[in-house]
Ligand binder design. Structure first.
Ligand code: UTP
Length: 295
């Protein structure tokens, strides 16, 4: 059974400079919560309340966010502001949180490899801290079921327009007898537009067999000089299922945002704010006026 979630949050976040100069991109607020809190909430909702963060240079704000803040707790208790006190405590009480440090950001594969000691010999989930999946369209529970049924590892896939596939890892697949579940036959990291085997892009949710660690340890740096998780998954896709191999994909058709990308981040903020009961009505009215004025 899968009980542990690993959340890599040690990338440099260069696409979001200068905001990410001294703060991980995973801490950027989406309405009023850091992006990474949504991701932890998603893991916990899927039953994974043991969370390991892989953190990098500017990890301080992230650690502080999931730790207690006595000054705020005292101030809010004295004021009797229980509502805000609950907001302060929510992130502290959410999960059992552990940290491992990635000294040099040598790639997502390297970040996952650092989880080996904590994870041990069980399948585990990986959720990218900058990849926000709308809670109404949760995919992790379906991925956990697919892992139970087929064993091996499971990745999340999303159809993208052909001209965007070179931004993602891309999967070659075969149908299975389960709707929206495919078997992975090959994976290519960020293929050139004409060379992509499909329009199915890998998104930031994985359920991995622990044999991925042995493969990652032997994986040479790939694209961009980084150790690529996609390269290790390609190896696993071609490995005997009796040795922990085999990779399946679950096709995601819901709302998802890459909060490390400025445009997608803005879309996440607008969408989630517009859907909120407290802010939504006023924000939507303003937004409608704003859009009308722009025409
Ligand atoms: P990205 O490729 O989106 O992260 O990695 P990045 O390198 O920070 O992004 P840009 O392009 O410079 O803006 C996907 C995920 O893997 C983590 C990132 O934090 C992100 O959640 N990651 C990436 C690591 O933890 N370590 C790494 O060495 C690289």
């Amino acid at each position: 059974m899968v009980t542990k979630a690993v959340i890599p949050a040690a990338g440099l976040g260069t696409r979001f400079l200068p905001a990410t100069k001294a703060m991980p991109k995973e801490m950027l607020p989406v309405v009023d919560k850091p992006a990474i809190q949504y991701v932890v909430e998603e893991a916990v909702a899927a039953g994974l309340d043991d969370v390991l963060f892989v953190t990098g240079r500017s990890k301080r704000s992230l650690e502080d966010h999931f730790d207690r803040n006595l000054e705020l707790e005292v101030a809010l208790s004295q004021k009797g502001d229980l509502e805000r006190l609950a907001l302060v405590n929510a992130s502290t009480e959410l999960a059992r949180i552990h940290y491992v440090r990635q000294g040099d950001p040598m790639g997502l594969g390297h970040a996952v490899l650092l989880a080996e000691q904590h994870v041990g010999n069980e399948p585990f989930a990986v959720l990218l801290g900058d990849d926000l999946i709308d809670e109404r369209d949760a995919i992790l529970p379906a991925m956990l079921k697919v892992q139970e049924k087929f064993g091996g590892s499971v990745i999340a896939l999303m159809e993208v327009p052909p001209d965007q596939i070179s931004l993602y890892g891309c999967a070659a697949t075969e149908f299975t007898d389960v709707y929206d579940v495919v078997r992975i036959t090959n994976l290519v990291e960020k293929p050139a537009v004409g060379e992509a085997p499909s329009n199915l892009a890998i998104i930031g949710r994985y359920v991995l067999d622990p044999s991925v660690f042995g493969v990652l340890a032997k994986t040479a740096p790939g694209r961009g000089g980084e150790i690529q998780l996609t390269d290790a998954l390609r190896d696993l896709a071609m490995t005997d299922p009796a040795k922990g191999g085999g990779v399946h994909g679950v096709i995601f058709r819901g709302r998802r945002y890459d909060t490390g990308d400025k445009l997608s981040y803005l879309q996440a903020v607008v969408r989630l704010a517009a859907d909120r009961d407290d802010l939504g009505p006023e924000f939507r009215a303003w937004l409608a006026d704003f859009v009308r004025e722009q025409r």
